[in-house]
Every structure is written in structure tokens, then in C-alpha cells.
Design a protein around this ligand. Structure first.
Ligand code: SAM
Length: 364
């Protein structure tokens, strides 16, 4: 395919994507529809890695049809083989950008530059001189800078830990994060003007928080699920393989459980679980046939044919069962029914009127 053909094919697919985002309700404003129709995602995703069992074939311009079709499909794209970064699913990006709702001359800080695509959409919307975007990975920033410049955008890009925000560009009217903190970092509260807004993934949801003076704010969650990578560095067990093998073979007493481990895959419950038990995660080892839940404090639970074994500081499966019962008793509320309250000393997720409140920890 010649360069011109690529461009016209890409433009057509881009329009189709923008139209479908609007038809599905992810894009609700003309301004963001225009941005998605104008900004070429393929410039920011020169290759992606298809996630198939056992292998990750690369898709790039050597197969132009598959590449462009993939890039302009509403899907998450893994852009590095080690899954260090990804291009977020466009409908989720759109929902977050709509929620941020920046006005024409607003200053916006993005945390998690990644490919640079979101920074380009923001540059289209508010002007590149009003956009600052930060990533912890210098190589990603260098690539993003070149791609942005190739289509005429020169936002300020910073290499650093996004938990610190970017003081040089403050105050911002809005901050949008595409990697997930445990709770809103103090620096973001300090760098957002009172009356401004922070949109960030928290506990597998998207929090939309209106900022008040004095490190305070009130907000809500969007209905959409948001499984973003955590804001690095996040403490992780050093050797997952050994850990799984050790837990799979550990001798521990078992008890029966009625709760199916597949509850982990219920999107709405995952939010409640992430809020009630931050730091929990799910590991499945095909060879051992058991399912393992671990916590960052080292506790674990092993599920096997309707029985559970547990060890560590917490009985995490007991906590999962308790969270599930609570969620069930409450009528299985969805993310958008929860609010978030931010105060200088504490941050909480709440289900108003039901006495449900979880504190968000500073560290996992
Ligand atoms: C889902 S990707 C971002 C997608 C991006 N917004 C785009 O449009 O392509 C998440 C990014 O967060 C970055 N990240 C992770 N931890 C970070 C941190 N502490 N500070 C800044 N960036 C971080 C990762 O390097 C990764 O590029």
C-alpha cells in the first residue's frame, strides 16, 4: 500500500472509530468527536502485539490492513512485548476525557504519556501549549515526543514519577491519569486549582473528583470498569513462579467454601473488592490446576474444588467472602453508585446512605 493510500485508508477508519464512539455513547461532545476523528492513532501505535495464548505476534506496517484495522478498532493495544505500556481502549479514553471536560484554554496534566496518543487528543482539544504529560519511562517519552512532533504537536513532556505531578506547569485546570494510584497523590491535589478536576483510575474504577482548596475534593465514579496498570513503582513479589509453586504445594488445612473463585471476573464485584481489600490479586497456574489469591502483605488463599486453604497475616479468602456478602446484601451496586471523598488526612470510597465506607491506603 502506498503512503497516500495508507493515509486515506487510515482517515476513513478514524472517522468510523469516532462515529462508533459517539454512537456507543463514549463520546458525547462534538469537541471530543472531532479530536478522535482528527488524531491519527496509527502514528502512536506503529506496532502492537496481539495477545494470543502462547505467543504475541507483532502487527505493524508490514501487514498494513491488519495493522490499520487493529489500530482503529475500539480495543486496548499492547505496544511493548513486556507489556510495559499499552494504548488504552479508545472508548475508555473517551469516557475519561469527556469526564475531565476541559474548556478551550484549560491547562491539563496527563500522568502516563505512554504512546502519546492521549496527549495528542488533549493537544487537539486545548492546544499543545496547555498540555503537560509525564511518564516514568524515558524511552516512551522520547518516542512520544517524536510522534507528537511529526503531526505538529509540542506539548511539554516530562520524565519522572507521576505521583509527584509536574510542579513546573502548575496550577492545572485538570489532571488525567492513565495509570492507577492507590489514592490521589497529594501532589496532584496541590497542583490542581480549586474548582479544577482530577480524573484517575482508582480501585478498578474511574474517579472524577472536583477539587476544593486545602487538599480536599468530592467526586464520583464512572460506570465503566478501568483495569489500568498501577502507578509504578509498586511493590511486587520478586519471583512469581516460585511463589505460585510454593503456595500450590504448601501444606495447609482446608475448609469448604461456597463462593466460586470466578467471582473475581465479575466487573462490578472487582471494584468493591479492590476498595475493601486493596493489594489483592489473582494468579492461576494451569499446570497445578489450583487458583491462588495473594495479597501484597504476603498472605495467600488457595482454591481447589470448592475448598480453600489460607496462610499469612490475613485470611484473605474470609475477607473476599465478607466483601461478597456485603456487596450481595447491598443489591450488587455498580461503580457509578459510589462516591469518593478526599480530605487532607484521609480518602474514602462510599456508598451513600448505606453506611459503607472504605479508606484508601497511602501504600498498598
Ligand atoms: C496505559 S499506559 C498510558 C497510555 C497513554 N496515555 C497513551 O495514550 O498511550 C500507562 C503508562 O503509565 C506509565 N507509568 C506507570 N507508572 C508511572 C509513574 N509512576 N509515573 C509516570 N508514568 C507512569 C507507564 O510507563 C505507561 O506508559
Amino acid at each position: 500500500m502506498s503512503g497516500d493510500l495508507w493515509e486515506s485508508r487510515a482517515e476513513k477508519l478514524r472517522w468510523q472509530l469516532a462515529k462508533s464512539l459517539a454512537a456507543d455513547g463514549a463520546v458525547t461532545s462534538e469537541a471530543w468527536k472531532a479530536a478522535f476523528a482528527a488524531v491519527p492513532r496509527h502514528v502512536f501505535v506503529p506496532r502492537f502485539y496481539r495477545q494470543t495464548p502462547g505467543e504475541q505476534p507483532v502487527v505493524d506496517e508490514s501487514t498494513p490492513d491488519a495493522w490499520l484495522e487493529g489500530v482503529y478498532t475500539n480495543q486496548l493495544l499492547v505496544v511493548s512485548p513486556d507489556v510495559k505500556s499499552s494504548s488504552t481502549v479508545p472508548s475508555l479514553m473517551a469516557a475519561m476525557l469527556e469526564a475531565l471536560d476541559p474548556q478551550d484554554d484549560h491547562r491539563v496534566l496527563e500522568i502516563g504519556t505512554g504512546t502519546g496518543y492521549n496527549a495528542a487528543l488533549l493537544s487537539h482539544r486545548v492546544g499543545d501549549s496547555n498540555v503537560v504529560s509525564v511518564d516514568i519511562a524515558a524511552d516512551l517519552i522520547n518516542d512520544a515526543q517524536a510522534r507528537l512532533a511529526s503531526i505538529g504537536y509540542r506539548p511539554t513532556l516530562g520524565i519522572g514519577d507521576g505521583a509527584e505531578g509536574w510542579a513546573g506547569g502548575a496550577l492545572y485546570d485538570g489532571i488525567i491519569a492513565t495509570c492507577a494510584p492507590n489514592r490521589i497523590p497529594d501532589a496532584w491535589l496541590d497542583q490542581t486549582r480549586p474548582g479544577g478536576r482530577i480524573v484517575t483510575p482508582i480501585a478498578t474504577g474511574v474517579a472524577v473528583v472536583d477539587i476544593e482548596p486545602g487538599r480536599k475534593g468530592e467526586g464520583r465514579f464512572l460506570q465503566v470498569a478501568a483495569f489500568f496498570m498501577p502507578l509504578r513503582p509498586t511493590p511486587r513479589p520478586a519471583d512469581l513462579g516460585t511463589q505460585i509453586a510454593d503456595i500450590a504445594s504448601a501444606i495447609a488445612s482446608t475448609r469448604p467454601t461456597d463462593l466460586d473463585e470466578k467471582i473475581w471476573f465479575d466487573d462490578d464485584f472487582r471494584f468493591v473488592l479492590a476498595a475493601a481489600l486493596p493489594g489483592i490479586r489473582f494468579l492461576s497456574k494451569l499446570e497445578t490446576g489450583v487458583t491462588i489469591f495473594t495479597h501484597l502483605d504476603g498472605s495467600w488463599a488457595r482454591l481447589d474444588n470448592g475448598t480453600v486453604a489460607q496462610a499469612g497475616d490475613q485470611q484473605i479468602w474470609n475477607a473476599v467472602e465478607a466483601a461478597h456478602k456485603r456487596w450481595d446484601d447491598l443489591g450488587r451496586p455498580t461503580r457509578d453508585m459510589f462516591s469518593i471523598s478526599v480530605k487532607p488526612e484521609s480518602q474514602h470510597i462510599r456508598l451513600e446512605g448505606h453506611g459503607v465506607e472504605w479508606a484508601l491506603p497511602r501504600v498498598p
